[in-house]
Design a protein around this ligand. Structure first.
Ligand code: ADP
Ligand code: MG
Length: 705
């Protein structure tokens, strides 16, 4: 039997969205709530009580027994505490189900167990979650039953942001204000709001759960810490966009359905470059919703995998030697009446507003390249950035042929007079339809590429929240727009002033533009020559958060205070050191308990074989066994030595003060020692009898899902 899913019916069926609110809320309450959602008007407790009541009734109909404030602390994952709707039993022993406005808008999780980077002493445990009514509540169904999830921001007792959402919302306000100023200068009097729109393409790996269970490295760290390359990797390019296997298709179908029910517009799915790697992209949405939806999507990807006997790996580099996973953050600025500020039109050279926005973005990215790089820094991404398949750890902007040409005209003559257009695509086959090519080809190697009417920031890690990079993008855009508007609003002759400004920005910031191959080794040297920041590791990138330049930027738009920035830097250093510490200890554990014993068994078998064969006749040839034994024994000795060296370093780490000092030690001493341990082990894997190797190989993991 065909299993048809009525997409229209299930889409958003578990979301307390606008149509549910219109249906269920009294008109006056609905109008007041909309004012809060759209214009940021403060919500009265009276209104909150009515909304909470209706939300509860609706959620109970959907099968919810509990509600939770769902938030995004700086742990890298989401957090929630479930509270049942039940109240204390009355005299007759019966309970009521209740949910008040106060419970809707405010929660008080014990903040002391969440990272605060020194913003809060442990005894000051109070933290608050507050309802973000701009992102709709939803009922999630899983083994815990139905839970009404209320998206919330998370702050300390004194109002400092302890999460990803608060600064994101602040940065949206900042860019809205400044972008509105800019479009007003060009005569737009009708748009009321400018919102960053984001579509985040999510990459992931799937592996078989039974095999996953045999890999302690995957269990503890999310990535393989050992593993020799199988005879085949991704060199045939036969996985990318390849036919999706039935097991994976069944998985994707269920992922889509779960996403749709929660209003997540899962849209595009395909196999990615590496074997066992896939991608799912939603349709773009206002950035705070896109960020929440990305979290929901990651959770669904994991949950559904489990149901299908698989595990979904969201680590940035689960396997060495094949592609890692990222998240492509497609970003644009859209007005409430549907105008995209990054839309060049057919003749960009005549679109002065677009040229100003574009050159403003060049200036913003050039001036804050270090911050943008930092926003994509996480421990796993260190393994991915700078690898041969991912954007290198240098920020540059790809404009493409058409805009590059316009930019060059601006720089050389001060005025752009023409735009290159796309030509007819000639396939040489009469029966294929002719169509116009885009004016510009793509460039897959650029970390920040203009792709028609949006920028695609490709550095973000697959596990990471997209909030961090969008906080930076929104705020640096706000800053350049503000500076431009300050000048243009004061100018006597707007046309001349804007012309001069575009030219000035184009000339001053052309070094950030790079249209060539970002993976070529020469690019790094060229980037260095241009003075662009090269920050290969997370540890190198973190200081960008607390430079005077960054503090000034974020403070002037009330996105972060200096204390908040310092706390975030601290959390990142600590997170880095802790993650590498876990990886190193996992390697030591696997080497001690699994690999060394296995190799000893193998060498014993070889030695016994040599003895047995020789016992039959001393003249028999045992050179193969002997050479294998020599080789394995030598590698075993190397393994033991490397492991001891690593153990010593891990023990030494505690002597380094928590924070930057310790993170640098892990990066500079422990990480190389981990590589040194991996090398002989991977070589051993190539020679030891497969039946004796204590865990599934790369081949088993990525080719046999
Ligand atoms: P690609 O070919 O790189 O996969 P797509 O056109 O499929 O590019 O878009 C990828 C993502 O970009 C999707 O999530 C899509 O919704 C999003 N996107 C498209 N247009 C915009 C826009 N104007 N602003 C932000 N995101 C957008
Ligand atoms: Mg893309």
């Amino acid at each position: 039997m065909e299993d048809y899913t009525n997409v229209k019916e299930i889409f958003g069926c578990d979301v307390f969205n606008d149509s549910v609110m219109q249906d269920r809320l009294p008109k006056k309450v609905y109008r007041e709530l909309k004012k809060t959602i759209e214009d940021g008007k403060e919500l009265s407790m009276e209104i909150a009580d009515v909304v909470a009541h209706e939300m509860k009734e609706w959620a109970i109909e959907k099968g919810a027994t509990h509600y939770c404030h769902w938030f995004q602390p700086l742990t890298g994952v989401t957090a929630e505490k479930h509270d049942a709707f039940v109240t204390a039993p009355k005299e007759d022993g019966k309970v009521l189900l209740s949910f008040s406005g106060k419970e809707l808008i405010k929660g008080e999780p014990d903040a002391s167990s969440f990272p605060s980077g020194g913003l809060r002493a442990t005894f000051e445990a109070r933290g608050y979650t507050t309802w973000d009514c701009t992102s709709p509540a939803f009922v999630r169904h899983d083994a815990a039953g139905g839970i009404l999830c209320i998206p919330t921001a998370f702050c300390s007792y004194t109002g400092e942001a302890l999460d990803q959402k608060t600064p994101l919302l602040r940065s949206m306000e900042a860019v809205n204000t400044q972008a509105l100023r800019l479009i007003r200068l060009f005569g737009n009097t009708t748009s009321k709001k400018v919102t960053p729109s984001v579509g985040a393409e999510q990459e992931y790996f799937l592996v078989d759960k039974q095999k996953w269970l045999q890999r302690k490295d995957l269990i503890y760290t999310g990535r393989t810490l050992f593993g020799a390359m199988p005879p085949k990797g991704q060199e045939m390019d036969d996985h990318y966009f390849g036919t999706i296997r039935q097991r994976i298709s069944a998985y994707m179908k269920e992922v889509n359905e779960e996403c749709w029910k929660l209003g997540v517009t899962a849209k595009t799915q395909h196999n990615e470059v590496a074997p066992a790697q896939h991608e799912l992209a939603p349709i773009y949405a206002p950035v705070n919703i896109a960020a929440d939806h990305n979290q929901i999507m990651m959770r669904i990807l994991k949950k559904v995998a489990s149901r299908h006997g698989m595990r979904c790996l969201l680590h940035e580099k689960p396997f060495a030697g094949v592609n890692g996973s990222g998240k492509h953050n497609n970003w644009s600025l859209t007005t409430d009446d549907g105008i995209n500020l990054l839309e060049p039109g057919k003749t960009p050279h005549e679109n002065i507003q677009f040229l100003l926005v574009l050159t403003c973005i060049l200036k913003a990215v050039d001036e804050h390249a270090d911050l943008l790089r930092e926003s994509a820094a996480d421990v796993g991404n260190d393994e991915r950035l700078g690898g041969n398949e991912a954007p290198p750890a240098v920020i540059s902007v790809f404009l493409g042929e058409q805009l590059q040409d316009v930019l060059e005209q601006l720089i050389s003559t001060g005025t752009a007079t023409h735009s290159k257009t796309g030509e007819i695509l000639d396939t040489g086959v009469k029966t294929l339809p002719d169509f116009m090519k885009d004016a510009t080809d793509r460039n897959r190697t650029s970390p920040f590429a203009f792709t028609g009417n949006k920028f695609e920031f490709r550095m973000v890690g697959s596990r990471d929240s997209i909030s961090e990079c969008n906080v930076v993008l929104n705020t640096i855009a706000a800053e350049v727009f503000r500076d431009a508007c300050d000048r243009l609003e004061a100018a006597d002759d707007f046309d001349t002033a804007v012309h001069d400004l575009i030219k000035e920005y184009a000339i001053q910031h052309q070094r950030i533009v790079f249209n060539g191959n970002g993976y070529a080794p020469e690019w790094e040297a060229e980037a260095k020559r241009r003075g662009l920041p090269i920050l290969p590791s997370m540890v190198d990138a973190i200081p960008a958060l607390t430079t005077d330049k960054a503090v000034k930027l974020f403070e002037s738009f009330n996105v972060f205070t200096r204390a908040e920035l310092e706390s975030r830097a601290e959390i990142q250093y600590e997170g880095y050191a802790k993650a590498i510490n876990i990886e190193a200890k996992t390697m030591i554990d696997i080497a001690t308990k699994q690999i060394i014993p296995a190799v000893i068994r193998y060498t014993t078998v070889l030695a016994e074989s040599i003895n047995s064969v020789k016992a039959v006749s001393a003249s028999l040839d045992v050179s193969v066994q002997t050479s294998l034994l020599e080789n394995a024994s030598a590698l075993l000795a190397q393994t033991k030595a490397a492991m001891d060296a690593l153990s010593e370093l891990v023990a030494e780490a505690d002597a380094h003060e928590e924070g930057r000092d310790r993170a640098v030690f892990f990066r500079e001493c422990v990480v190389p020692a981990m590589k040194a341990l991996r090398k002989p082990v991977d070589e051993l894997e190539m020679i030891v009898d497969k039946d004796m190797w204590p865990m599934p190989s790369y081949g088993d993991l990525i080719f046999e899902v």
